[in-house]
Design a protein around this ligand. Structure first.
Ligand SMILES: Cc1cc2nc3c(=O)[nH]c(=O)nc-3n(C[C@H](O)[C@H](O)[C@H](O)COP(=O)(O)OP(=O)(O)OC[C@H]3O[C@@H](n4cnc5c(N)ncnc54)[C@H](O)[C@@H]3O)c2cc1C
Length: 348
């Protein structure tokens, strides 16, 4: 099989690149390793409502997200932050309004962040998308080899996968040492993290004057926020697990039961009995993170496109993932920025 542009990876960067090519009438094929599209954008669906297991927020001033949401008829709404915040001491004692930051001013996408990737996917020709197709090797004749033995040749190949995963592919000839080192050096944003979501019939904490924001020195959840849908049909809380990846792996299901006990301690008995709950550990997701992502970077890295990765194989091997975006690297807006830069190279 031959295609003018082979896009590897069907997360937001790959999907938005495919959308740009489709609108420009440029033929492409997108291969995605998983049986689903969206990558780090993933939801728990309960009674038709989507709850983010990956990213939740975008921010004012991120013009690509705003434009795309508008084009796809999706609404943005403000993160709920009215009411008191809670702080849980290491002893388990809970106090109100100890002065920690909420996420006030952040925006969410109505229908969950996956509404964005679902709406993009719905606008693509399904004949151009191959699911369950992991690329394992790429050679400089621009042939990509898949785990199932297929080979796809292309005029150019765009890698829309996290750099640490790109570093594990077999390139023939091998990439220059500085290019391989650059891939190894770029951490996968949020690849070390795990998120816990609990869904309730109502957002009962709001009636008790609580915002749903909480921080904890006790854990296992270090930072908790309201995750209820825009239409108020259900209530939800989510938390980032504060335990390191290796401890989470050892603890197994105990993390989930401890998280529910913690929510009950913070928000009262109703918080201990959700109608649904899910723990998503991204560090154990083989198409997001590698062992090199087990420890998070100390802060938000200054992501950019490293010089050694800029013109590989006469610029026929292009990198376009959020971690290599020209701006907003690591973020949803960065995934769109990376796709935009790649589309400019391809379409002109
Ligand atoms: C818990 C969490 C919270 C986050 N919170 C926020 C937030 O609030 N705001 C924000 O802006 N960003 C946030 N992010 C980051 C955001 O999710 C990413 O910026 C964005 O989703 C990246 O999209 P991407 O397409 O560039 O990469 P990915 O989503 O990683 O997509 C890569 C795709 O490539 C596929 N793939 C991998 N290897 C192969 C292979 N060998 N062959 C074929 N396909 C392959 C994968 O399956 C995946 O579908 C968060 C991320 C996580 C995990």
């Amino acid at each position: 099989m031959h295609t003018p542009t082979l896009i590897i990876g069907g997360g937001l960067s790959g999907l938005s690149l495919a959308y740009a090519l489709e609108r420009a009438g440029h033929a492409y094929t997108l291969v995605e390793a998983r049986k689903r599209l969206g990558g780090r954008i993933k939801s728990l669906t309960v009674e038709g409502a989507n709850f983010d297991l990956g990213p939740s927020w975008v921010w004012p001033g991120q013009h690509r997200v705003a434009q795309l949401a508008n084009a796809l008829d999706l609404q943005l709404f403000e993160q709920w932050s009215n009411g008191a915040q809670l702080f849980e001491h290491a002893s388990g004692e809970v106090v109100q309004d100890a002065g920690f930051m909420s996420m006030a001013g952040s925006l969410r996408i109505a229908g969950g962040t996956s509404a964005l990737t679902d709406a993009l996917a719905a606008r693509l020709n399904p004949a151009h998308i191959l699911l369950d197709c992991a690329v394992t090797a790429i050679d400089d004749s621009l042939a990509a080899h898949l785990a199932d033995g297929q080979t796809i040749t292309a005029d150019r190949i765009v890698l829309c996968i996290p750099p640490h995963l790109a570093a594990t592919l077999c390139f023939t000839p091998a990439l220059p040492d500085n290019a391989q080192a650059a891939l190894n050096a770029i951490p996968t944003w949020m690849g070390a993290h795990a998120k816990f979501v609990a869904v309730y019939p109502t957002s009962f904490w709001r009636k008790n004057g609580l915002s749903g924001d909480a921080s904890s020195r006790r854990g296992p959840l270090a930072e908790i926020h309201d995750a209820s849908p825009a239409d108020g049909s259900l209530g939800a809380l989510f938390g980032f697990v504060g335990l390191p990846a290796d401890i989470r792996a050892q603890a197994g299901d105990a993390v989930q039961s401890a998280a529910l006990a913690q929510l009950e301690n913070l928000f009262g008995p109703k918080a201990g009995t959700p109608i649904a709950a899910k723990l998503m550990d991204w560090s154990r997701d083989p198409f997001t993170a590698t062992a090199a992502d087990a420890a998070p970077p100390p802060g938000h890295p200054p992501y950019t496109m490293p010089a050694p990765l800029r013109r590989i194989w006469d610029d026929k091997l292009i990198f376009a993932v959020t971690e290599m975006a020209p701006d907003n690297g690591g973020l949803i807006e960065g995934a769109l920025a990376a796709a935009e830069a790649a589309a400019r190279k391809i379409i002109g």
